[in-house]
Design a protein around this ligand. Sequence first.
Ligand code: ZN
Ligand code: ZN
Length: 607
Amino acid sequence: MRIPGTLALGALLLAAFTTPPAAAARGAPAALPDSARLLRLVRELGDPRFEGRGVGTAGIELAAGLVEREMRALGLAPAWDDGGWDQSFEVTTGAEVGRPTSIALDGTLYEAGDAFQPLGFSSNGTLTARVVFAGYGISAPGYDYDDYAGLDVRDRIVLVLSNEPGELDSTSRFDGTVNTPFAELRTKAINARERGALGLLVVNGPRWHAGEPVRRPRADGQGYMSSGLLTGWLADSLGEALMRRAGTDLDAAQRAIDSLGRPRSFPIPDSVTVTVTLARTRARIRNVVGRLPGRDTTRVLVVGAHYDHLGFGGERSLRPDERVAHPGADDNASGTAALLGVARLLAERARAGWRPEHDLIFAAFTGEEMGVVGSSHFVDRPPRPLASVEAMLNLDMVGRLKNGRLMVMGTGTAAEFPALIENANRAAGFDLKTSGDGYGPSDHSSFYKRQVPVLMLFTGAHADYHRPSDTWDRIDESGLWRVTRFAAALVESLDARPRPHYLKAKADSTSGRIGGGGGYGAYLGTIPDFSQTEGGVLLSGVREGSPAEQAGLAPGDVIVKFDDVRIDNLYDYAYALRSRRPGQPVRLAVQRQENRIEVTVTLGKRP
Ligand SMILES: [Zn+2]
Ligand SMILES: [Zn+2]
């Protein structure tokens, strides 16, 4: 019974896709009900030709073109007075393997290929050094486990196994079959570097991964941020060749660790030469921004949604090893469709004679997934002075309304917001869950950092989040339309009021986290600027009442050292923070304009 069903579904999908979405769009849009129009946009933005709207793909450019065409069709004006609809800028998108990239071992030179591949976060250069086998390359005091205990790896190349002890063993102390952050290659590289190693080679252990091909470096995501040492992936055969020099093999070495749950590291009486050449790839990306002119152009409201997504996956995907287009229907084709839906509702009212008090700016942001870089760029170079922006409304993941439950973030960022939300909801009738915090992992935080009151609408997390299964057919059409009307009502309500009074909101545990899990929950309260990718962690803000604020850290500071850990980028910072406990004092070296200062901060506990 299954097979006919599958066939029927296949035929149906085929029929649905024989009409190209663009052609369908040119068909009879006016005849569609409003909710169906939104769903069609979601579906179109998730189409394979948009390539998951990943930064650096050709597909995201097509998506930008689509958004601009929609804005023009709605009768919006371009946001910039010179007639420009977009603002473009360059970002680093990844790394490509160049030549020479090779490893020389046992008198043989292996070029980058099936035997050897650099990791995407390797530094460039060439190095000849002795090799030390350091087990899994893990130092995890919280698990009472350290592959480097009593081991001297200074000026050496470290050879480590991928993953962690007892990887697929449900009784393993490393959280059973779920990998901890210690299994991440980036963590292993930083750990090796901090112990003085100059290079890191990774090989699969035969216990769970025998015969797997050597991994190619990720060309996407932010894997390109250098780890500060030469790193590469070795085929099993080369790993075995090194282990033979020490009179053992990978299987025996792995079993020795896994069976006793204790590290077993040793030097290998051989040296290798590693050469890596990685070229960073760059791409030009753009925010697309339209405007509905108001009576008073010195007063501005911004409605925003990011239109980018994860492209073909990469490190931010929860299926990082699947190289398939991630359609991002909920994240954030839904918000983009809602943004255009709000613009349509208000543009229609304007055509019927209504004139907003404010200039209403509709911004489709790029680069949100790589760390809100589009909205950060926008607040640095807004089409109207940022001081004239009275509030920002962000729409991110609004297509999965369930039981009428809608999350509203940022209600504590202006004195007037709680009452405004309650009033607007009287007609809308959502089961509202509010959070006061103005920070959070989306574009509204770029505005809140600059003292703009913000609100963000969100219909909640789900199992398809950041996975290829976030598809248009799982979007709740009537829910998306309800949220869109609610958003339009909020804009109208904001438009009819005097300027809201900005407030510093309390931190909320669900937002703005950096550093990932796996640590002790140590907390500093720094807000990094994600567009800075090397030379330290640039702060764009510090949380109210946080240890960082108490220690006098301020926006513009660049953290370059955390106790003895060198901080070049966010990964180093997360590594350092994860290794410390709440209540511990840490010394931070900070670059403040021309001066290098040192501050001592006592770490707090994550709120
Ligand atoms: Zn999103
Ligand atoms: Zn996302």
